[in-house]
Design a protein around this ligand. Sequence first.
Ligand code: SF4
Length: 316
Amino acid sequence: MKPFSYERALSPAQAAAAVAARPGARFLAGGTNLLDLMKLQIETPTHLVDVNGLALDKIEATADGGLRIGALVRNADLAADARVRRDYGVLSRALVAGASGQLRNMATTAGNLLQRTRCPYFYDTNMPCNKRVPGSGCSALGGFSRLHAIVGSSEACIATHPSDMAVALRALDATVETVRGDGATRVIPIADFHRLPGNTPHIDTNLHAGELITSVTLPRPVGGTQLYHKVRDRASYAFAIVSVAAIIQRDGTGRVALGGVSHKPWRVEAAESEMPRGARAVAAGLLAGAQPTHENAFKVPLAERTLAAVMNQARS
Ligand code: SF4
C-alpha cells in the first residue's frame, strides 16, 4: 500500500472542500471497496478524508411522505428498517441480496452507489483496462466476458455496475443529494447518477471532483408488489449475472429495472407500457439494441426468463 495522509471531516462541506483541494484525495466511509482497491494499488489516494463522524446516518421521513436516507446509513440497517421493509420492499430485498452480512454491516448507502466494477481485468494490474488506465485497452473484449454487459456498452468498456441496491433505487425513482466545498447542494435523479462507459469508462458517475453524497431520497411509496430477483453463480456473496427489480401493480402495470446487464442500473421506461402484454414484450424493449459477446449472449434470454418469473410471482 502506498503512503497517504488522513483526516477526519468536521462537516459535509468541509469534507468536500478537503477532497477538492488535494489531487488524489478520496472520501473514506465504510471502506469495503476502497480499502481492497488500495491494497491492490488500483486506487492510490494521496489523502483520505474520513466522513464516518458526520451526522449522515439517519433515516427520516420527508414532508411529502418519502424517506431520506443518510449517506452513512449502513446497508444492513437500511434493509432492516421497518419503513423500508413495509413501503420499499424492492430496496430491502435488493440490499439483502448483496454481498455478505459482514459487508452489509459496514457498507454505506453512498459507498454502495460508488463501488467500482468487479470486472476481473480491472483488478488484474498485469492486464490492460481502460477503466483502470485510460487508453490502455479493454481485456474483456475478446477475453473472459461471461459476466459483462449486454446493453449500453462501448468499444472501450463492457463492464457492469455491481450494485444491487442501485437497481432497486432506479425502479423507485430515487434522487441523490450532494454538497460541494462551497456549500452548494444539488439533487441528481438516480437515472442520471451513473454513466455509460462511452470513451471515458474511468468515470463512473456524474459527480464533480470533491462532491460528497449526503443522502438518498425515496419518493412517497407507490405500493404494488415489490420484488428483487438475483440470478448468480452461488447462493450468497456473488454479484448478479442478471437481476430484476420490479414494482408491479394489481392491474399489471409497473416498473422494472435490470442489474448485471450494463454499466449502470438499466431501466427503459417506454418498455414498461408493455407490462400487461407480458415479459417477452417488456424484455424486447428493455434489451433493444443489445450487443452481447459470444460468451454472454445467454444473458438476453436469461433476463427475459427472470423477468417472466418475477411477473408470475407478482401475480400469484
Ligand atoms: Fe477494464 Fe471495462 Fe474492459 Fe473490464 S470491461 S477490462 S473494466 S475496460
